[in-house]
Each structure stands twice: as C-alpha cells, then as structure tokens.
Design a protein around this ligand. Structure first.
Ligand SMILES: Nc1nc2c(ncn2[C@@H]2O[C@H](COP(=O)(O)OP(=O)(O)O)[C@@H](O)[C@H]2O)c(=O)[nH]1
Ligand SMILES: Nc1ncnc2c1ncn2[C@@H]1O[C@H](COP(=O)(O)OP(=O)(O)O)[C@@H](O)[C@H]1O
Length: 197
C-alpha cells in the first residue's frame, strides 16, 4: 500500500494555519503527523524544541543544507526555515498523513520534488483582519510584524496564480474554515483510519 498523501498548509503568517492544524491533529488522534521544521528564529513562550520546531543556529542549519539534509529551505522575515528529509520520513514511517506548514517559497520548492502533497492555502479575510490577529497574538515585535505583513501581501498575490494551490480556504469564521479543511481531507483521513482498524 502506498502511504497517505501529505498535506501542505501555506498562507500568510497569522492566517490561522497553526490553529487549524492543531485542532485537526487533536480531533484525529494517530492520523496526522507534523513535519517538524528547522528554524533559526527564537522560540516563543510555550513552543517546544523538537515539537513545534527544531530550533537551531544559522551555522548548524547551513551545514545541514550543505549536507543535503533538507528537501527545501527558505528565508522568511530574516530567519531561516527548512524541511529536513528526516522530518518527513519520521511521519511517513508511521503511515500517518504528514502535515507541512511552509511559506510560498517552500510550496514552490516542494513542487520540484516527488512528495506529491495536497496543497492548501489558508488566507485571511483581509489585510486589516490579518494585522489585527497578528497584533492580538502578541508574538511579534513591531519590526517582525511589519516584515510579516509585507510577506503577506506577496503571498496573497502569488496564491491567486492558477494551479499553485489545490484549494484556498478563507479563514473568516474559524468553525466554517475548519469544516472546509476537514471535508477536503476526509478521504485521506478515512484511508488512514481504515488501515488501522
Ligand atoms: N519554506 C519553509 N517555510 C516554513 C517552514 N516552517 C515554517 N515556515 C513558514 O515560515 C513562516 C513563519 O513561521 P513562524 O515564524 O512560525 O510564524 P507564524 O507563521 O506567524 O506562526 C510561515 O509562513 C511558515 O509557514 C519550512 O520548513 N520551510
Ligand atoms: N477564524 C479566526 N478568527 C479569529 N481569530 C483567529 C481565527 N483563526 C486564527 N485566529 C487567531 O489568529 C492568530 C493567528 O493564528 P495562527 O494559527 O497563529 O496563524 P499562523 O499559524 O498562520 O501564523 C492566533 O492568535 C489565532 O488564535
């Protein structure tokens, strides 16, 4: 049996990717596995090394990239981010649906690989609402917030290009966005659940 298809979640910082993904994983125990990325940014309060990210240094990350350990990597808002081959293999070895949370550069790089995921873009209803959500989240400095808003403008433009994403979900009402996400993934979820029973 070929394993379940991975899922790429992308979209602007603050669009609601983590919120939707955490809920999906909580509601479907032992169905999804998160591809834990590497990053050089500092951990936020509550984030765990090895669970939310592998927090690392620029030097160590560059060494890994040079060694060919990453399927893709990108710079976002002044920090490095990347998906290691091991992060994906760890999840696929357990026959779980691998969820990747990557920016638009990551989406383009993954398209050059043979991963063959479902590409889902999570978009905010407007720039104004995105800015409010990012401010209310209280995780960013003013500088980092401005960089994220600039990246969001680019993301929102590029995401409109036909063929980049299989589906675009507007995360206005959280319940409705979550239902939409579940519907899209229903077939893969059922496959994993049936394989276990
Ligand atoms: N290309 C790429 N982007 C990543 C990776 N991990 C996270 N990102 C993206 O980096 C951006 C910033 O992530 P983060 O610092 O956690 O901030 P947040 O999205 O505001 O919670 C988001 O757009 C993520 O999707 C990765 O491994 N590769
Ligand atoms: N539909 C929604 N309505 C209101 N607030 C939301 C909604 N979705 C997410 N949020 C909030 O917006 C902020 C950004 O969401 P988050 O999941 O951290 O985004 P991302 O992972 O895409 O950066 C969080 O504080 C989250 O609680």
């Amino acid at each position: 049996m070929s394993g379940p298809r991975p899922v790429v979640l992308s979209g602007p910082s603050g669009a609601g990717k983590s919120t939707l993904m955490k809920r999906l994983m909580k509601d479907h125990e032992d169905v999804f596995g998160f591809s834990v990325s590497h990053t050089t940014r500092n951990p936020r309060p509550g984030e765990e090394d090895g669970k939310d990210y592998h927090f690392t240094t620029k030097e160590a990350m560059q060494e890994g990239i040079d060694n060919g350990d990453f399927i893709e990597n990108a710079e976002f808002s002044g920090n490095m981010y990347g998906t290691s081959k091991a992060a994906i293999e760890d999840v696929q070895a357990q026959n779980l649906i691998c969820i990747l949370d990557v920016d638009i550069q990551g989406v383009k790089r993954i398209k050059e690989t043979d991963l063959n995921p479902i590409y889902i873009s999570i978009q905010p209803p407007s720039m104004e609402i995105l800015e409010k959500r990012l401010r209310d989240r209280q995780t960013e400095t003013e500088e980092s917030l401005q960089k994220r808003l600039e990246a969001a403008r680019i993301d929102m433009e590029l995401s409109k290009e036909p063929g980049v994403f299989d589906v675009v979900i507007i995360n206005d009402d959280l319940e409705r966005a979550y239902e939409e996400l579940k519907d899209i993934l229903n077939e893969e979820i059922q496959k994993v659940q049936e394989a276990k029973s």
